[in-house]
Design a binder for this molecule. Sequence first.
Ligand SMILES: C[S@@+](CC[C@H](N)C(=O)[O-])C[C@H]1O[C@@H](n2cnc3c(N)ncnc32)[C@H](O)[C@@H]1O
Length: 280
Amino acid sequence: MAEPKADTPTGQTLTSDQWIKLQGDLPRLDCELTLCHILEVNRASILARPERSLSANQLVEINRWADALRNDVPFAYLAGEQEFWGLNLAVSPHVLVPRPETELLVESALALLQNGAGILDLGTGSGAIALAIASERDDAKVTATDISTDALLVAKQNAETLGIEVTFQESRWLESLTGRWQIIVSNPPYIDPADPHLAHLHAEPQHALIADEKGLADLRQIITEAPNYLANGGWLLLEHGFDQAQQVRLLLEQSGFQAVTSHRDLANIERVSLGQYLYE
Ligand SMILES: C[S@@+](CC[C@H](N)C(=O)[O-])C[C@H]1O[C@@H](n2cnc3c(N)ncnc32)[C@H](O)[C@@H]1O
């Protein structure tokens, strides 16, 4: 049986182009990508056939996505996936949606990683950083941790689907770990609880975003604990907020790190700070 056609209140059916034009408050790209997912076609097909009629069932689903997007639900949660470092990662509301700027942390870590060395990703979420590094370097021994059991399930599933080897362990930062690594990386929560942008991030796990002390509490804890888990000459690399580089560099220096510096992202913002730990 043919599916019923999409109706407007006046009884007209809608084409995909008409539907996009009715979503004036949503970015056109989000509308096109929503159509791609629900109609199971690529974007070229959406652009090539603006006159395609939407069935009533399709319209219900498309409008549900549009409402969710208006309510700041990330597109990645609706689609159930997000690309990071060229890897297609499954994501759910248990994990932060990996951000493109975090690729700078991966790049910075890869540049320092010695052959066959161990690297630890603290607060792995979807597994984005650990999986990106392991996908580039199969000689590296990659360990990834998180405090969230649900996040670790997502990360483990991603590793399995992608066929990438990473060791996962549940831990509150470094608490449950034993050993020493050549590199420790982390993209910890670093948003000030008073930051007004949080209002638009309500769909993502708040414990993945917010940290006390104006966003510095988790960064401080990791910096303080990391020397006991780094091999001699090992590096700690941290992603942080756009205005936290100076404070993070100071924290690294106060904990005895050397060669402390920050790297800028594509928007020219100091986004990753790092330091090397040498035993006395
Ligand atoms: C900003 S998210 C980063 C997720 C992922 N690494 C990424 O870059 O997309 C921070 C992660 O740290 C985890 N986390 C928060 N507090 C933690 C703690 N005390 N110990 C370990 N992990 C923690 C969260 O569950 C979350 O997965």
